[in-house]
Design a binder for this molecule. Structure first.
Ligand code: ADP
Ligand code: ZN
Length: 214
């Protein structure tokens, strides 16, 4: 079971890049953020556990995250190739992933660090808008919809993710520095870290990543 990881601050463009990589390869995209939002929408016990943390921009407890990732991988096949987006986010999660993959004869092949200057991140997140019906992602100035507040693809209403408000964005960046940035050393020491300039356009960043994919 081969796996790659997209690592980077919130707003680095993990979701957008993941979509580009998914379309060009056979990697299966696993986003813990999307899984948690789906759990909240479905009203499951995991969703109830996660909701308050997410609204504040705090991390959901490691045991909850490791459980949903293990459940997901247990449904997979040995030949599957996974691309994680937004996971792992703590050393504890990274160690948990290593243990799980060891049981499945898998490994972390490459970890792509998406590097973006902080001011770019803040503007990307606070301007991000999402279609309530189809999930398409817009930005008030960078990727505006043709009609303000209305999705180009399906006509659905656009909204701001509750954790994209400016206050919560600043907290999420602090949480990234405090809890997730240590993963850079962890994976660099293992020799699997690959740096990507993600402050450009989604197209350029995706092309750079694909050219560095082993
Ligand atoms: P972003 O990368 O833009 O913050 P995500 O959708 O990846 O967006 O995450 C949104 C929120 O979901 C996080 O702020 C956190 O509360 C929760 N979350 C997602 N993945 C994890 C994880 N691996 N560990 C802990 N919390 C997570
Ligand atoms: Zn839509």
């Amino acid at each position: 079971m081969d796996t790659i990881i997209l690592l980077g601050a919130p707003g680095a463009g993990k979701g957008t890049l993941a979509e580009g990589v998914r379309a060009a390869t056979d990697f299966i995209h696993v986003s813990t953020g999307d899984m948690l939002r789906a759990a909240i929408k479905a009203g499951t016990s995991t969703g109830l556990e996660a909701k308050a943390f997410m609204e504040k921009g705090e991390l959901v407890p490691d045991e909850v995250i490791l459980r949903i990732v293990r459940e997901r991988l247990a449904q997979g096949k040995a030949t599957d190739r996974y691309m994680f987006d937004g996971f792992p986010r703590t050393l504890e999660q990274a160690r948990g992933l290593d243990e799980t993959l060891a049981e499945l004869n898998g490994r972390v092949n490459q970890v792509f660090l998406l590097e973006v200057p902080t001011p770019v991140i803040v503007s990307r997140l606070s301007g991000r808008r999402i279609c309530k019906s189809c999930g398409a992602v817009y930005h008030v100035t960078n990727i505006p919809s043709k009609v303000e507040g209305v999705c180009d693809q399906c006509g659905g209403p656009l909204y701001q993710r509750p954790d994209d408000s400016e206050e919560t964005v600043l907290n999420r960046l602090e949480v990234y520095q405090r809890q997730t940035a240590s993963l850079i050393d962890f994976y660099e020491t293992k020799g699997v870290l690959v740096r990507i300039n993600a402050g450009t356009t989604p197209r350029d960043a995706t092309a750079e990543l694909l050219s560095k994919l082993a």
